[in-house]
Write a protein that binds this ligand. Structure first.
Ligand code: NAD
Ligand code: NA
Length: 396
């Protein structure tokens, strides 16, 4: 079929298998170009199909020659209906890994469930024995609690006060005022239930109890801080409460891994265009200004550059893992640099529909957005008939 983008607000309903494969190959080539990392050998990535999780998997495999198991929740390809981007990304990754002689298998299902955790443990036991790195990179709007059966929905809202600021519709470039009403107490609890650390801890408990964590095993989950500008709706909003919980959970898990000489970390990553971040009001405007400033300074990174740097210079640098005063790894260090933030704040004040095309990198934002779905890669003929029925080679 011929596949064109079908955009509805901040999501795209279609994805392009050839473009998604190109995206994966580009990331693989980047990691290879940076040289070998003396890193993990057997890796489980939870949330492995897109964004930071996919980049972590690619870095593990093509940077450190690791065997990888990926867990994700994606829509398979069907006749006349393209699969979701993570489906095609995984298909391409596993094909590339297998042809490079690397073990790569995956499980498609709800990572929050007991069933998928058990299935993963069985796969580790059967194929790898034990794993030495667990990446936790889920981003989900909801979670069915495995014990209570309650469905929790996360929200992106401020706490206590209405938030008013600028935002941009990144498709039209129109800058407008957005106003977001504060959340309820229940919203906070629900967002923590979805995006906090409980599920990460459950995974680690079950992996440990099953004896599939190797001595010295490490686990890492991803967090975000960001600037003052987005604080009311991000770090001090409902999602920030969940990130606080996730960050606290790292210490709980770290303690539980002591007898294995293992460690749990949170890595604070940079703001990037992913399916998750496109949905957050205000963030697209911030990102389009940030991209402009960071590109001008030669500091811009995408998911793969971030994860390669996390592995090579933080987690597996051959000595101590550098952390901040709260025990967190910081690969948002360049984003948070004082000069970068000062310039973004100044541009923010000036941003209007008229000025944004010049002072912001809206084109870069849009390009990254379409790239997430396999569109707008140079050299791909998007008018060509492509086979949408791509299989994931290592799917269990
Ligand atoms: P993403 O949407 O690209 O990836 C989410 C992954 O989770 C996908 O692999 C998806 O299949 C999987 N997933 C979602 N629900 C699932 C379920 N129920 N069962 C199994 N798999 C499921 O998101 P991302 O931006 O890469 O986010 C990953 C983490 O990084 C999140 O914790 C996010 O908060 C954090 N982070 C993101 C940014 C950013 O700017 N995008 C910055 C810093 C930190
Ligand atoms: Na991810």
């Amino acid at each position: 079929m011929i596949i064109v983008p079908k955009v509805r607000g901040f999501i795209c309903l279609t994805s392009h298998p050839v473009g998604c494969a190109q995206n994966v190959v580009n990331q693989i080539n980047y990691v290879k170009s940076k040289g070998a990392i003396n890193g993990p050998k057997k890796v489980l990535v939870i949330g492995a199909s897109t964004g930071f999780g996919l980049a972590s998997r690619i870095t593990s495999a093509f940077g450190a020659n690791a065997s990888t198991i990926g867990v994700y929740f994606e829509k398979p390809a069907a006749e006349g209906k393209p699969g979701s981007p993570g489906w095609y990304n995984t298909a391409a990754f596993e094909a590339e890994a297998q042809s490079a002689g690397l073990y790569a298998k995956s499980i498609n299902g709800d990572a929050f469930s007991k069933e998928i955790k058990q299935k993963t443990i069985e796969l580790i036991k059967a194929d790898l024995g034990q794993i030495d790195l667990v990446i936790y990179s889920l981003a989900s709007p909801r979670r069915t609690h495995p014990v209570t059966g309650v469905v929790h929905n996360s929200v992106l809202k401020p706490i206590g006060e209405t938030f008013r600021n600028k935002t941009v519709d990144f498709h039209t470039g129109v800058v407008s005022e957005v106003s977001i009403e504060p959340c309820t107490e229940e919203d906070i609890a629900n967002t923590i239930a979805v995006m906090g650390g409980e599920d990460w801890e459950m995974w680690m408990d079950e992996l440990k109890a099953a004896g599939v964590l190797a001595n010295g095993a490490t686990t890492v989950a991803y967090s975000y801080i960001g600037p003052k500008l987005t604080e009311p709706v991000y770090r001090k909003g409902t999602i920030g409460m969940a990130k606080d919980h996730l960050e606290k959970t790292a210490f709980v898990i770290d303690e539980k891994l002591k007898d294995l000489n293992g460690h749990a970390y949170v890595s604070v990553n940079k703001a990037l265009v992913t399916q998750a971040s496109s949905a957050i009001p205000v963030i697209p405007l911030y990102i389009s200004l940030l991209y402009k400033v960071m590109k001008a300074k030669g500091l811009h990174e995408g998911c793969i550059e971030q994860m390669q740097r996390l592995f090579a210079t933080r987690l597996f640098n051959g000595s101590k893992v550098p952390v901040d005063e709260k025990g967190r790894i910081r690969v948002d260090d360049w984003e948070m640099r004082e000069d970068v933030q000062a310039e973004v704040a100044a541009l923010w004040a000036e941003a209007t529909t008229e000025s944004l095309p010049n002072i912001g990198d809206l084109a870069g934002y849009r390009n990254d957005f379409f790239n997430l779905f396999g569109f707008e890669f140079p050299g791909i003929n998007y008018e060509a008939d492509v086979n949408e029925m791509v299989a994931v080679p290592g799917l269990v």
